[in-house]
Ligand binder design. Sequence first.
Ligand SMILES: *Cc1c(COP(=O)(O)O)cnc(C)c1O
Length: 406
Amino acid sequence: MSVETRPTMSDKKTTPKRQGISTQAVHAGEARQKPGDSITDPIFCASTFTFPDSQSVIDFIEQGQNREEYGRYGNPNEKVVEAKLAVLEGAEAALLFSTGMAALVGLLMAKLNAGDEIIFFDECYHRSREFCAKHLSRFGIVTRQVRACDYEAMEAAINPLTKMLISESPTNPHLSVVDLERFTAIGHEHNVETLIDATLATPYNLRPIDAGVDYVLHSATKYLGGHNDLLAGSIAGSAEKLEPVRKLRGIMGSINSPHNIYLLSRGLKTFELRMKRHNENGQAVAEFLAAHPRIERVFYPGLSSHPQHEIAKKTMRGFGGLVTFLVKDADWRATADVVDAVQIPRIAPSLGGVESLIEQPLVMSYYECTAEERQQFGIPDNMIRMSCGIENAEDLIEDLQQALEA
Ligand SMILES: *Cc1c(COP(=O)(O)O)cnc(C)c1O
């Protein structure tokens, strides 16, 4: 059977206009006619790929033919989803990893050398911070942290050893929104590459590549997969810049099983529908909480009280399903009581799936930190983070109401 399973460029030639997000999410990267005439991409359960004879192996190597060789270097399912993610991101290329953390580690290990420095905005996923502080440091790479959205501090921290500027946008769990124009302008001015972890925004809500960011990272475990049933990560950017990252991934082996990739591909089909609902639910829940007398503060970019609301409104299509809030006059126990009283959201780490999740960062991710460290990371005892799923907003709000009044 010689059915072409790789994405073709023909669509691009005939449709110069960028297609809608759902059309891209459903069709991009996929061959029109697939093996077995299947409408879905068959799952290629293959650890290795065969050659008909020795001359074919030699031709493959000498001519750099576009085919598979060994599972750690690539798989047809992976190529399809990478092409789909690149189109969704508006990037030239995308690379899949086994998790979001594997994507971050893979990119930084491929791009940095001993003696290099990177600069991070200090509000970030706890394990990203830990990887840089505890592990990159062992290889002689220095991480400088500056306050989130303090562009002067970031620029001042740049020196001739600086190789990358890194931030999330919005940040986890504070939902600060980075001004990507300023961020990339600093990078361009000093000839330093830029990386945005846009996991909380997704390509539906934010377009970092259009803003000139070099690398866009996602934990595809979250909204891209969308169903709380898989772990994966991705990086989008220029094909040339990603080539060494792909090569190192083939050595480190931080890849997905074909089954996992199928789940991601299936989850992506409903990407836009889900994001619209997450955005609506996040906004409704944030507005409800902001008006509730037991709430001290709500962190959500869609509220006019948010410090970067103007830049968020200008640059984002919606503000996602993650809402962080502080319970007024509550110690850690009274805060835990609110978490324990909700009926619909499940208590778990993670975000971005169809099921709503809720957690108290102190208990879930920062329990082993000292009080000083939590203060430094901006994690007060009365903070709750809720990931609004796709349930009905009225039900989520009614549930929060009873939990806050319990
Ligand atoms: C979850 C998350 C990660 C890590 O992704 P995994 O898929 O869990 O490895 C990185 N960045 C952000 C912003 C996240 O929310």
